[in-house]
Design a protein around this ligand. Structure first.
Ligand SMILES: C[S@@+](CC[C@H](N)C(=O)[O-])C[C@H]1O[C@@H](n2cnc3c(N)ncnc32)[C@H](O)[C@@H]1O
Ligand code: SF4
Length: 381
């Protein structure tokens, strides 16, 4: 990626309800002043315009929370301000995360007219009982209708499914995934259920009340079968949990995994950018009201902004780069970061078929993908 090519992320921190598995920076509020939020986002675009004068924007992503709860007209004003103040890449990707509830599906056309050209729907499951276990407010029919409407409004449609759910059988997941693969979308994000700290699921888990989770062996089988079915249906795995038809990989997310530059606007969102030849990491204030109050007073709502050392950049490259199928460029690590990986460790991981090493590119093999976190640990020590 060229250093002046960047991505822009907007975080909408609100949801209709909080799902018991989710540790995203998302909140439920009775009233939201959409006009104030619009002004806050617009003010933040002004801050970044000064810092990143010569940047070309390659992707924009509205994530959350549930950004399909935003007002489509206000979203179009945010995009308009970006268009006026930055140069745009010809093939710019503009994504929006959406929830399949009935109110939001009706807005898909408006979002398309506002400029969104890629939609990502949080389906999670096509099974009503499992949707209840996951605390979702929509039904399987709502999800299916959302995918169909999205397919008619957008040429680039993703939906998310969670697998390895409570009491889920492998055979049922195979059927559900085959159904998902037949729906005509271009991209699928398939996440194994993880029990995150600070969630309702974690509290249940801690007191032994989250029953029916798969053991390690079944989890691996879920992963292997997921990869196999996607491959059979020409959905190529390009990241551990992401599968796409040819030319439909999500540029925005790939840019994160390749440690490209991106600015993030919204509560709790993280960014990376290059300024005066140094790479910086920053984090927005987490709490939505505090973030909003600072932003509407035209104060920079950032709680941490720091220059990344070469070692920190190396750690990020390993953690992110191992997730993607195209792997990590070891020449870059040697030349730009002046760091050399331990050859003995690399040889061991290669001999035991956890990784492949060709043309100085380090990639995870299937066996390595099943123990991603352990390989990351090995390479960082
Ligand atoms: C911001 S949400 C997507 C949009 C929208 N908020 C929704 O849920 O419909 C991002 C995705 O992360 C996935 N996710 C979140 N927490 C997870 C967890 N603990 N385990 C597995 N997947 C998770 C879900 O598939 C979810 O759709
Ligand atoms: S999964 Fe989506 S809808 Fe549920 S709480 Fe998280 S961000 Fe909100």
């Amino acid at each position: 990626m060229e250093t002046n090519q960047i991505s822009v992320y907007f975080h909408w921190p609100f949801c209709e309800s909080k799902c018991p598995y989710c540790d995203f920076n998302s909140y439920v509020r009775n009233k939201i002043n959409h006009k104030e939020w619009l002004n806050a986002y617009l003010n933040n675009i002004d801050f970044w315009k000064e810092k990143l004068e010569n940047s070309i924007i390659r992707s924009i992503y509205f994530g959350g929370g549930t950004p399909s709860l935003m007002n489509p007209y206000y979203l179009s004003l945010i995009l308009e301000k970006i268009y006026k103040n930055f140069s745009l890449s010809k093939d710019i990707e503009i994504s929006l995360e959406a929830n399949p509830s009935s109110v939001e599906k009706k807005k898909f056309k408006d979002f398309s007219l506002a400029g969104i050209n890629r939609i990502s729907i949080g389906v999670q499951s096509f099974n009503d009982i499992d949707l209840k276990y996951l605390g979702r407010k929509h039904s399987a029919n709502d999800a299916l209708a959302a995918v169909e409407i999205a397919n008619s409004e957008f040429v680039n449609v993703n939906f998310d499914l969670i697998y390895g759910r409570q009491f889920q059988k492998l055979i049922d997941w195979e059927k559900e995934l085959n159904f998902a693969l037949s729906l005509g979308s271009q991209h699928l994000s398939l996440y194994q259920l993880t029990i995150e700290n600070g969630t309702a699921f974690k509290n249940l888990f801690n007191v032994g009340k989250l029953r029916g989770l798969p053991n390690e062996k079944l989890s691996k089988e879920f992963f292997v079968v997921t990869n196999k079915l996607c491959k059979q249906n020409s959905f190529n795995q390009y990241e551990i949990s992401n599968f796409a038809k040819e030319d439909f990989q999500c540029f925005h997310n790939l840019n994160y995994w390749k440690c490209g530059n991106f600015i993030s606007i919204g509560p709790g969102a993280h960014g990376r950018y290059v300024f005066n030849c140094s790479r910086f990491s920053y984090e927005n204030i987490n709490n939505p009201e505090n973030w909003l109050n600072k932003s509407i007073k035209k104060k920079f709502p950032i709680q941490q902004n720091k220059k990344l050392s070469k070692l920190e950049q190396f750690e990020e490259l390993i953690m992110m780069g191992l997730r993607i199928n195209e792997g990590i460029n070891l020449n870059y690590i040697n030349e730009k970061l002046d760091i050399k990986l331990n050859n003995e460790k690399l040889k061991y991981l290669k001999d035991y078929k956890f990784i492949s090493l060709k043309n100085n590119k380090l990639k995870l093999l299937l066996k390595g993908k099943l123990v991603l976190n352990k390989i990351v640990q090995e390479l960082l020590v």
